[in-house]
Design a protein around this ligand. Structure first.
Ligand code: ADP
Ligand code: MG
Length: 320
């Protein structure tokens, strides 16, 4: 199977109903933007053994790499539209490719994204980049930089489940609690929430590297400070049962891969946000407030606490 046969067989789903003039097969895709909307572009790369264990199911790898990009679109308040895929493979294994493509298209179809192009290469290690283009009403994209003093800080869903799931997978615990494992394998991009937050949230970020680290980025972009009450951070009963209260909280604060949204909003929107939570059947929990100055202060039942480990960073090992 050569490169072109591979593309034809696994990555050439028709996409003509998604404002696509021309999809896979030419030098480039031709896409039709909608008037009055801005385009949001995001890209994320996943590397075998760095972002997922080598033995993760191919379908889960495909689903995840799409979902993590959709999550970035969600954090901007965007509607996902189109995707491209750059994949470097050590070998062309048809069984693996079939499953990978099924997972990728499952996520794409769930959120109305058309795969419109890509690049296929051979290399020593499995590396996958997905780019997603989305759109948002003109000038309404939610950024990290809009938090204001007095805003409430919220998170969606529960935190820590995916990091716990990854830990279980790494320890060979494939039959651990399904909720934890699945939250790593099949992250849920909060695309509906993100779009509903346009005009409601003042700032947002998706929690990919851990709450403490990602909220820190939002604060920096907003030139703001925050106080959070860590006992309000929402934990699943499965996480608490598997790791105990103390470790569960540590994982929730610093573990990555949840792809929940952390956002800020004026306190006058509190009721609207709870109605939104109900209508989306999703937990939205206030965990703190934005203040003036700089930095993040954590309280535990009102008392200041230090949280070690600000989350995952590439190249953070000591260099020689
Ligand atoms: P070029 O040499 O002009 O860059 P390619 O031969 O790499 O084009 O690709 C041919 C067509 O197949 C292009 O439309 C490209 O976007 C698409 N394509 C290549 N790899 C993939 C992939 N993994 N998934 C989806 N489309 C792909
Ligand atoms: Mg070309």
């Amino acid at each position: 199977m050569d490169e072109f046969e591979l593309i034809r067989q696994f990555f050439s789903h028709s996409a003509l109903d998604h404002n696509v003039r021309l999809g896979v097969g030419d030098d480039g895709a031709v896409l039709v933007p909608e008037p009055g909307r801005d385009i949001i572009a995001v890209v994320d790369t996943v590397v075998d053994s760095v972002h997922f264990p080598s033995d993760l199911d191919a379908a889960d790898i495909g689903y995840r790499v799409m979902a993590v990009n959709l999550s970035d679109i969600a954090a901007m308040g965007g509607r996902p539209r189109w995707a491209t895929l750059a994949i470097t493979l050590a070998s062309a294994n048809a069984t693996w490719l079939k499953q990978f493509s099924a997972g990728l298209f499952a996520a794409a179809e769930e959120f109305g994204v058309a795969l419109v192009g890509g690049d296929t290469t051979r290399g020593q290690q499995l590396v996958i980049s997905v780019q997603v283009l989305g759109d948002v009403p003109a000038k309404r994209a939610i950024t990290r930089g809009g938090a204001r003093t007095g805003d409430d800080i919220y998170v969606s869903g529960t935190l820590g489940d995916a990091a716990a799931g990854l830990r279980l997978l790494q320890q060979g615990g494939k039959d651990g609690p399904a909720r934890l494992l699945n939250r790593f394998r099949r992250p849920v991009a909060r695309v509906g929430l993100g779009q509903a937050l346009v005009g409601l949230a003042t700032a947002a970020i998706d929690v990919s590297d851990g709450l403490i680290g990602d909220l820190g980025k939002l604060l920096e972009a907003s030139a703001s400070a925050a106080i959070i009450e860590i006992s309000n951070v929402p934990l699943s009963t499965e996480l608490q049962a598997a790791f105990g209260d103390k470790q569960a909280l540590q994982i929730a604060l610093t573990g990555g891969d949840d792809y929940e949204l952390c956002f800020t909003a004026d306190p006058c929107n509190a009721e609207t946000l709870q109605q939104l939570a109900t209508s989306q059947d999703l937990l939205l929990t206030k965990i703190g407030v934005i203040g003036s100055g700089k930095g993040l202060q954590c309280l535990r039942e009102g008392q200041p606490v230090e949280i070690a480990d600000p989350g995952y960073r590439h190249f953070s090992e000591p260099t020689e």
